[in-house]
Design a protein around this ligand. Sequence first.
Ligand SMILES: Cc1ncc(COP(=O)(O)O)c(C=O)c1O
Length: 470
Amino acid sequence: MARMAEAEHGHPLFRQVHDYLMNRIERGEWRPHDKLPSIRLLAEELQVHRLTVFKAYRTLVDCGKVYVKDKSGYYVSPGRGDAEVADEGAAVATYSLTNALSDIQRLPVNYQFSQALIDPGLLPNLFLSDYVKKVFDLYPKVLGTYSSVQGDVELRETLSRHFRRQHRLQLTPEELVITSGAQQAINLIADIVLGPMDAVLVERPTYSVALDIFRRAGARLVPVNITPEGYDLEEVEALMRRYRPRMFYMNPTHHNPTGVTVPAAQRKQMVELAERYRCLLVEDDPFRDMYFGAAPPPPFFAYDTEGWVVYISSFSKYVAPGLRICAVACRHPFAERLITAKSLADNGTPLLNQKIFLHYYTSPRLQQHLEKLRIALQVHKEIAEEELAGRGWEWTAPQGGLNLWVKLPETVSVDRLFARCLEESIAFVPGAICDPLGEMTSWMRLSYSFASEQVLRAGIRRLTELAREM
Ligand SMILES: Cc1ncc(COP(=O)(O)O)c(C=O)c1O
């Protein structure tokens, strides 16, 4: 039972309280020998059990940050000199600054299965230079000015028409904000919505960078299982009722890493739950156009009439990752808040990138490219599946997206396999990184989209041989 309570919070709850206190001490809010809030007060303030606070204080005592005075309470340890602590705190204090995925992706390897990106050889690189030239002809002063913070109005008009036609979204250009990739959008939304110890629902497993962003904000991660059937809506409702989360970060279409698409029937009901419990649904949808059979159901945003869904549509995956173009659809007043957050972050996505994207995106070439890309991706997926078959490894064949989420037999340690693979210049994502609980140690995410067909086949073959030898 105790295990359950902790598991529900992802990063164990007492650890989050520990990080919260540590952060405030390091920022210099409490000085050495200051008395810290009592267990009772802190439990009330953070809405957690007193035992959780007690455990957090114990870990701070164990690491020497805090000391106890009998019958009096907890105090900040003197540690190093005050000035030194304050200086360092000002420079580096933060809840948690990690990006586990980026650490893996930065490793130089020959067999790159950790990047959920498309093989640059499958992107229309040659044609893109035509559009670059066209943009400079049409807008000779394009480099001489900023974009508007919200994003180029011509691009927003085009995209609002596209979303209306393709995905049945009722949208005006004023309800779109252009960001530099979906990752920036997630970051800005976290800045707007989340404060320390706010609960955020996250899928289990999920896109690990989002987890690291929410951890940095000091949020409490509350996992929601995602399976080939989608979500258990009764479970989601119970979690919403219990934790009153500020938001649910979801990637419900060709989900990263599992490939699952949440069925249409659940989408409307989930929006109703969001309205009832005043929980913002943050729908991250970068893989929608990469399907192998039927097109996926409309986004959650299509069912929302009250402004409880924010829709993030990145074009990094199949148009041009290097342009970093993403559109965020949201209603007022959220749109204004997002524009302000964007103005603080970078004052607008580069206009040149937006214009190049616009002209390429509206060309007939894009549609031709997309159709070929879907076929090429399916071939990649099938190569990966052929190489993995017959070894007792399990996965559910995805209907779209860029990843296989693979479960290995208990006898194989994914961590050890990962270390061994790196020695042979092969990278993948160990499943624990995608799990808000840091478990799922028998799983791995294999991205089949980035390596060329030959490299993919050779690399996965070698990976499975290495697993057999262990
Ligand atoms: C679910 C999800 N969201 C967001 C991103 C980041 O997208 P972008 O490159 O547009 O920042 C990724 C990249 O892998 C992703 O898988």
